[in-house]
Design a protein around this ligand. Structure first.
Ligand code: SF4
Length: 210
């Protein structure tokens, strides 16, 4: 893609993560740094005129009923964040919700997950993402220029039809590259480079050591 050196970005992130891991940096530290680095790249590469047409906002949650893959350090950071914002009762209610989602989407592909109409476990009562400051890279990557197209795409997919969502591909390719570079660095370091469905990954982390 013209203007974006994705290979260089991959190498930058890959080297940064390997160096951070070898120096004993925590998953939280690495992920927070990656969020900053990625936000900076997006700010450099995506002109303000293109940002102005993005429709994603608090309370819009058409896309928050898809399978969301997370890497282990991302899940670790989200779990720690949840422990700071939720009390014991709220954590128990969240665990129950995640258990329900895990059981009811087990084995579902992306299409089946949308058709199930089961929202993400981290969607708040006002349609907000309760983990917004630490939301996954995959969620950060998606920015729509037409929220009605998101609504149509989700609902048409129930009938196995497709609707296209205009989205900023520069923004998306930057986040996708960072996700891949993080996975590659985890693999190179001998760590867990697999991606996990977010409900399952967080249920596990919020159930251990309670
Ligand atoms: S983590 Fe947040 S942004 Fe991502 S799908 Fe869930 S509610 Fe939506």
């Amino acid at each position: 893609m013209a203007g974006i050196k994705l290979y260089d970005l991959h190498e930058t992130v890959y080297s940064f993560v390997l160096k951070s891991l070898s120096s004993g940096e925590s998953p939280a530290g690495i992920i927070i740094s990656l969020h900053s680095l990625t936000d900076e790249r997006v700010a450099e590469q995506v002109p303000q005129t293109e940002k102005a047409v993005m429709k994603c906002r608090r309370g819009c949650f058409h896309c928050c009923r898809v399978n969301v893959p997370v890497l282990a350090p991302e899940a670790d950071v989200i779990a720690e964040y949840l422990k700071t914002i939720l009390n014991a009762d709220e954590l128990e209610r969240l665990r129950a919700k995640l258990r329900y989602i895990k059981v009811n989407i087990a084995g579902y592909d992306d299409q089946e997950r949308i058709v199930s109409n089961i929202p993400c476990g981290f969607l708040g009562e006002e349609g907000e993402c309760i983990i917004h400051p630490v939301r996954p890279l995959v969620c950060r990557s998606v920015v729509s220029a037409d929220d009605s197209a998101c609504y149509n795409a989700m609902n048409m997919s129930i009938y196995e039809e497709y609707a296209y969502i205009p989205m900023n591909l520069k923004h998306k390719s930057i986040y996708d590259t960072v996700f891949l570079a993080l996975a590659d660095a985890l693999k190179q370091s001998g760590g867990d480079s697999r991606s996990y469905e977010i409900s399952e990954a967080l249920l596990k982390r919020l159930t251990i050591n309670i």
